[in-house]
Design a protein. Structure first.
Length: 666
């Protein structure tokens, strides 16, 4: 009897354990769309693809960098960055139809018309020339660019960040007439940092941090200051990160406050480097991506900072005019929350970030790319859902919870830039993700995995790293991810179901770094571009059939006081008729006839190696019009708000700037 009872207990224990294993299998296995829904999605989206423009006399292509002798055995690893892309209005025709991109094969920052938008000017390269102080192409290379009006003259400028030097600002000279096309000679090169420095920068964004009405710049640096990582003639040994999950020796964040500018044939702009903006322990991250967004309604942007080899940071903006102050927020952990899924306490591999309302509740959420290759050093991507309690930020609490797994957005590969964007105007955001690391034939994941689990005392010294040479492969077969929301509320990667005009699959293996988004031809469908590492980079024209209606807003700040608000509906983007500069940081709330809300901001460069154009584009589904509320700061820093009833389509709005109003109240 006892033996029989023991056998029953043993059997019950075995069955219970088996049930747990089976349950865990189905819980962790990635779900898939039904065939019917998958086929439906495949007919919803359609894109044509064209290589990005290149200067005709570019240098011969290379496929690996010359590096410091101490890291030569890992030169494929050191050579994994440098591709980037930004779309915007460089030529001043009112359309976001120009592209600035970095090609690591040539190390050129090239500017030209987006393919298919007409031959409005010749593609050229931004190059300060050999006489520019500290310019040495053999020890530096471009990493990312930002198109923005930095000296507030209505002309778009370009700032480029580099490995091996501090950033260079290329200011557009006042043209002789409105028909003067952009060219290298039409830009004046200026140092962002007076005297320069040897920095290793990843990204740069523009935002009015202190609410004084002027754009400031936030720079994310990666390697330690003073590094000579890409100088093949340097001596000594280079230093890498000092911890896999808590590195404190990176380049970190730099904050530049606008201090004055001039326009004309020799334009200038002056930014002052600010110290003491954040706590000392936050200053030396290995920073990849930055996302500015106003989360508490005061028209001052908070910052989400994606860091490699250490925790990301959500910084609450407590600045006042002329004084920057940002304080780190901490998420709250429950019994069922892993430590790495709490804001400010994740462990490593923050690569890219974007901002958007992914669940349609009228609140901004934060999307973050991490390293999620199968069997790798997986942490999961993050989707920080806004819980709707911004008042808690005053007490140091980040009002967000991690929801990437429940939404189907936790995994895709070794990821970089990410974008939340409505590509078919149905009012639901798609999620795009750049993937891939080192493309080759010899799989080196086991060696890299061993390094990742080694003693932190060894990580900073490159001599303990396994060899990573050209021809080696680490997640080189990862594919570009195109997530759409299914009827069950979860997201699914449908890239394998989507084909391009040449018959290729959207999920072709590419080592992609940056994603830029813009409606380049004002047809109401958002297009995008992908920057690829050591491969051609591409523009994807959106030709999706039967999209929903949309609201497009080209929002401008005036250049002179005494200017009234001007609304020009239904004409797209006027060029010379309406002068102004992009209203970076303006917040838009759209209320549909059925009461649903859409939100957006005028973006100043959110992300890593790709930049979104500074227009607001919101899918309306089938609505023909909507109520629109816009909040912004005028060029004096005064907060403003106006409401409009607008029909679907494009609208240009130049905000007013009263002469004598000195109010600064929210």
């Amino acid at each position: 009897m006892d033996r029989s009872l023991g056998w029953i207990r043993h059997r019950a224990t075995f069955l219970a354990a088996a049930a747990i294993v089976v349950s865990l299998y189905f819980m962790t296995r990635e779900r898939a769309l039904s065939r019917v829904e998958s086929d439906r999605v495949a007919t919803t989206f359609r894109f044509s693809r064209t290589p990005l423009p290149e200067v005709p006399d570019h240098p011969p292509y290379k496929f690996v960098r010359k590096v410091h002798p101490s890291v030569k055995h890992i030169r494929a690893y050191v050579s994994t960055l440098g591709a980037s892309v930004s779309m915007g209005d460089v030529d001043g025709d009112g359309l976001q139809n120009d592209v600035v991109w970095a090609d690591p094969r040539t190390d050129l920052i090239q500017c030209g018309p987006v393919p298919g938008t007409g031959s409005r000017f010749e593609t050229f390269a931004f190059d300060p020339g050999p006489s520019f102080p500290g310019w040495n192409p053999s020890t530096m290379c471009p990493q990312s660019s930002l198109i923005a009006d930095l000296n507030e003259d209505g002309l778009m400028d370009v700032v480029v960040v580099y490995w091996g030097r501090s950033p260079i600002v290329y200011l557009r000279k006042a043209p002789a007439d409105s028909k003067t096309p952009p060219a290298a000679a039409e830009f004046e090169a200026r140092e962002l940092l007076e005297g320069g420095d040897r920095w290793y920068s990843s990204t740069i964004v523009a935002s009015d941090l202190d609410g004084d009405g002027h754009l400031d710049l936030i720079l994310g640096n990666y390697l330690p200051d003073g590094s000579r990582m890409i100088d093949e003639n340097a001596e000594g040994s280079e230093t890498l990160h000092d911890s896999l999950a808590r590195s404190g020796n990176g380049g970190g964040l730099r904050f530049f406050r606008f201090a004055g500018a001039t326009s004309g044939p020799h334009p200038t702009v002056r930014f002052e480097l600010q110290g003491g903006v954040i706590a000392d322990e936050l200053t030396h991250g290995w920073s990849y991506a930055i996302g500015p967004v106003d989360l508490d309604g005061d028209l001052l942007p908070e910052l989400y900072v994606a860091n490699d080899f250490g925790p990301d940071r959500l910084l609450h903006n407590r600045s006042t005019p002329g004084h920057f102050q940002l304080v780190a927020l901490n998420g709250e952990r429950t019994m069922g929350t892993p430590a790495s899924c709490v804001i400010n306490h994740d462990s490593f591999k923050g690569m890219g970030t974007d901002i958007g309302d992914i669940n349609g509740d009228g609140l901004f959420d934060i999307y973050v790319s991490n390293l999620t290759s199968p069997w790798a050093l997986t942490e999961s991507h993050f989707l920080w859902l806004n819980t709707g309690h911004p008042e808690r930020m005053k007490d140091g609490i980040a009002p967000f919870r991690q929801a990437s797994e429940e939404l189907g957005l936790s995994r895709s590969g070794w990821s970089w830039d990410c974008r939340l964007v409505d590509l078919n105007n149905d009012g639901v955001l798609e999620a795009l993700q750049a993937n891939g690391f080192i493309k080759g034939k010899t799989n080196k994941w086991p060696e890299l995995q061993s390094l990742g689990t080694s003693n932190n005392q060894l990580l900073h010294n490159p001599k303990f790293w396994p060899s990573l040479q050209p021809g080696d492969d680490v997640s080189g077969k990862d594919t570009f991810a195109f997530f759409v929301k299914g009827r069950d509320g979860r997201y699914y990667d449908v890239a394998p179901k989507l084909t391009l005009q040449d018959g290729r699959s959207m999920s072709e293996a590419m080592v992609t770094r940056g994603i830029s988004v813009a409606d380049v031809d004002a047809d109401g469908r958002l297009d995008f571009a992908l920057a690829n590492q050591w491969q051609p980079s591409y523009f994807y024209h959106n030709e999706s059939p039967d999209p929903g209606t949309f609201l497009g807003l080209h929002l401008l700040l005036p250049l002179e006081k005494g200017t009234p608000t001007l609304v020009t509906p239904g004409i797209g983007h006027p060029a010379a008729e309406i002068q102004g500069r992009p209203a970076i940081g303006a917040m838009v709330t759209v209320t549909l006839p059925d009461g649903r809300r859409r939100i957006a901001q005028v973006d100043g460069g959110t992300g890593y190696a790709g930049k979104r154009a500074p227009d607001v584009h919101l899918g309306l589904g089938s609505a023909d019009e909507a109520a629109v509320e816009i909040r912004w700061r005028d060029p004096d820093g005064n907060p403003r708000a106006e409401s409009f009833q607008l029909k679907a389509g494009w609208h240009t709005i130049r905000f007013g700037w009263p002469k004598d109003d000195q109010k600064r109240e929210i």
